[in-house]
Design a protein around this ligand. Sequence first.
Ligand code: FE2
Ligand code: FE2
Length: 506
Amino acid sequence: MEKKFISYLNTIDNFQELSGQTFDKFVSNTESFIKYVKRKSRKPIREILSICIRLRALGAPIESHKIMKADAKYYRKKGMEKEYWINLYYSFAFANLAYPTKSIEKNLKKSIEALKRDKFPEFIPLFLNAYGNILHIYRKDLKNAKFLYEEAIDRLNQINPDRFQDITTKGWDWTYKLLVSNLTDLLLYKKRDNKEEKQLDRLYEILRKSPNATPYIKLLSDLNQVEIFIAREKLKKAEKLINHIVEDTPEKLNRYTIPSVSRLRGLLEARRGNVQKAIKASLTAFGHSTYFGNTLDEKFAIKFLLKTFSLIAKEVPWNRKIDFFEENNLFDVLVEILRLKDWYLGEEHSKSVSKISYKIASSLGMDEQKKRIVKYGGLLHDIGKIMVPWYTLNKTLQLDALDWEIIQAHTVEGYKILNTLGLKEEAEIARDHHERIDGRGYPSGKRNIQLSTEIVAVADVYDASITPNRRYKIFKTPEDVIREIRTGVRGKFSNKVINGLISVLF
Ligand SMILES: [Fe+2]
Ligand SMILES: [Fe+2]
């Protein structure tokens, strides 16, 4: 099984080869392998980590998480505690590349508590770092993330490097540099007081002084240095170093170098006030991250893109924001990003939900302001899906509980994205478009839903049902779909919006 799966994976160069039937085959092979790993009576799988790294690069990091978690359990049952903790660590590391849900976060917290009582304190720094990543990158809780990174560094300093080498597969020095680099990145993203400016200098000195640093660690330290230059308005120096990185970094690190360098070029252009160049560079950064299956860099690219836009839109009054973003092509950029992730429902679906919603709003006699909110809320209702790995979005076989938890998070993630841009009402539409008036929707099960949101919700259900996609391959007629909506198969809607939908269709 193991060898067969490896040789199958070796036939795929990159994930863009995977479409149609080759994608179906990729999904079915991967899912069978996950089932195999969960079997109690099997041999140890020696190549498991390299299989997972390959899957991650092919855009399936959640599957790598599932595999490492199942393998950790396998070793625990055999009483092999060290192997258990190593694999469990990797399972969290892969989850962080995909999307760490609330339930994953809860398990990580529990594991850290168990480790603090256990006989393997050597694992604590890496686990604290994984938790710090969740708060830093996903929950934007910079204050607590900072505590976690600092605690991790403290704990690591108390461990004898030889003993650490002995117990984890990551060396002491590698781990130390990773922690320092994460803390540096965090400090670069927050408002720093004087003390933190000095801390930043100290951390950078640590990164820079690495006589036997691997090329990867050297790259991390150079990238951090560029960001420090940019943060301190030394733009010429930053540009020089960027060019230097491109020339000097070995090609095998391209999957890190290309996306990061594009992102930093964008940051540089934004500081210079070149809005269009900044947007183009961030889109390039996102595209390359996706191409290399670098899901974490995707998130950095998005974070930066939003930062650029909210920065340039800061002076724009709230009622002019939509026009401003429209004039600067922000919506096109966001929909383009969504299309890169969700092949089947990314672009066309977003555009037709927007059109249908706008027509319903007009037929219900809403005013111009509200109609525009519905139009853009409709266009961006699924924008949170840019946080979900493409494998999960496009998966043909049955979704399990974790897949659902990740997909359902597109609502709150969409809310965060649009809220960052100051699009408050559109953000609410993104958050609530899967809520239903009978309380059976998600994410919160609320019954009190704004009319504008319900309009987008009914347009969404209608369009998703008539569009053949990976999961629903059958063509349905508009009449079939209206019948489904009336009988509540796809959740309950108010008569007002159902009649609105019918009036624009027939
Ligand atoms: Fe949705
Ligand atoms: Fe949708």
